[in-house]
Design a protein around this ligand. Structure first.
Ligand SMILES: Nc1ncnc2c1ncn2[C@@H]1O[C@H](COP(=O)(O)OP(=O)(O)OP(=O)(O)O)[C@@H](O)[C@H]1O
Length: 289
């Protein structure tokens, strides 16, 4: 399975397709089984798209295809590049993926691991320069990791490691940031610190963000738009308040929830059995109550 080029679009990095994400008829298989089915998506530059959906819906598979780690069929442009036809280093200068399950080489310090994010910017057979070192130090600082910078990354807590892996992705200085469950191991304070930081970078540098998240309340607070995936297809796509419908969530996740209006976006509150959940549609404007 290989990606095909979009009609009329050039090959390689940085062409006219823009700095967001565009895909048409995207199919991705895992282990011989189709997991993402004919996905069409337009994500304008600078948008934060929250990717939500149940376990196994295809969120990671989609992010890995867009990030050039998995073969696909269909047309994709990410930061102007076709991931199927762009070299690894060129793509890594445009797109960074923060994986759900990072691989940490034994004996690598936190600073060295973050420094790996500079690899695509360093000439082949070259060495890092003062600018690279400054980027790494800034990323360590912004993710409050200076105090662990010289420790082996394998000795960190799950939440500390998650911040290191984000720091490595940010050190790549990408145009599009793919985040796969970026806050799953973080306490509530660090969840906010990390997501606020990504949001600041988006505003400062026009970064496009695609973030797969299970915490629907958090996803709604930061994303401009949510795409709800169900078995590799889009079940809902729109502003968080429109996508987070208790009836839709019940159908797609089998979950009983209440969705409450909150200051910075809808809050999704789970209801335990017997708490009075009724799966009926929300009233719409014009409905007779
Ligand atoms: N390496 C693999 N080989 C075979 N099947 C795979 C592989 N990786 C993932 N799958 C399958 O592909 C489907 C989609 O998985 P994926 O990891 O993309 O889902 P997800 O939405 O990210 O799930 P989660 O929320 O649990 O992380 C699942 O059915 C999964 O079992």
């Amino acid at each position: 399975m290989t990606g095909r080029s979009a009609p009329g679009a050039g090959d390689g990095a940085g062409d006219e397709a823009g700095e967001g994400l565009w895909c048409r008829d995207l199919d991705v298989d895992r282990g011989g089984v189709r997991v993402v089915h004919g996905l069409d998506l337009d994500v304008p530059p600078g948008q934060w798209l929250g990717l939500v959906g149940p376990n196994g819906a295809g969120k990671t598979t989609f992010l890995h295809a867009v990030g050039g780690l998995l073969a696909f069929a269909g047309h994709v442009r990410v930061a102007g590049a076709d991931p199927a036809r762009t070299g690894e280093r060129a793509l890594a200068r445009l797109v960074a993926l923060m994986p759900q399950r990072p691989v940490v080489p034994e004996g690598t310090s936190v600073r060295e691991l973050v420094g790996l994010g500079r690899t695509p910017h360093v000439p082949r057979f070259g060495v890092t320069g003062p600018h690279d070192d400054a980027v790494v130090e800034r990323c360590l600082e912004r993710l409050c990791l200076e105090h662990v910078a010289d420790r082996p990354a394998t000795q960190l807590s799950g939440g500390e490691l998650q911040r290191v892996v984000l720091a490595r992705a940010l050190a790549q200085e990408p145009r599009v940031l793919l985040l796969d469950e970026p806050t799953s191991a973080l306490d509530i304070g660090h969840q906010q610190t990390v997501l606020d930081l990504v949001d600041d970078l988006r505003r400062e540098a026009g970064l496009t963000v695609l973030a797969a998240m299970h915490d629907l309340t958090l996803a709604a607070q930061y994303a401009d738009r949510l795409v709800l995936l169900e078995a590799g297809r889009v079940a809902a796509d729109g502003p968080p308040a429109a996508v987070l419908d208790p009836v839709v969530l019940h159908r797609v996740y089998g979950a009983r929830v209440e969705v409450l209006p909150a200051g910075s976006g809808p809050a999704v509150v789970p209801l335990r059995t017997g708490a009075g959940f009724v799966a009926h549609p929300r009233p719409r404007a014009g409905d007779r109550l």
